[in-house]
Design a protein. Structure first.
Length: 102
């Protein structure tokens, strides 16, 4: 089974850094990364977890504790397209089947 590589966004969430900071650290070889064609960076989860404490100490980052509201806000932010698409599709299906049933 192939290992799922992490994106810059996922690593930024794990480390509590901005995506640009993750990119800068990877480009400076301070964060283990893989460069894919097209300027894409990918990361192995094990590598990130190994350097997580070092990065947190270096940047003096507190342990981030997510509250439900923050998790919900992030979920909406990262999945807004899918949520809106689902609402539109369900609405259209209701309109179509409403006319067929009556």
């Amino acid at each position: 089974m192939k290992e799922k590589l992490l994106t810059t966004r996922e690593v930024s969430q794990i480390l509590g850094l901005a995506e640009q900071d993750v990119i800068d650290l990877a480009n400076a070889n301070l964060l283990p990364s893989l460069k894919l064609p097209g300027e894409f960076l990918r990361f192995r989860k094990d590598d990130i977890l190994k350097v997580k404490e070092t990065i947190k100490k270096k940047y003096n980052l507190p342990e981030k504790k997510y509250h439900f509201a923050e998790k919900f806000r992030e979920f909406i932010y990262f999945n807004d397209f899918y949520i809106v698409s689902t609402v539109i599709i369900v609405t259209l299906l209701v309109i179509i089947f409403k006319d067929l049933v009556l």
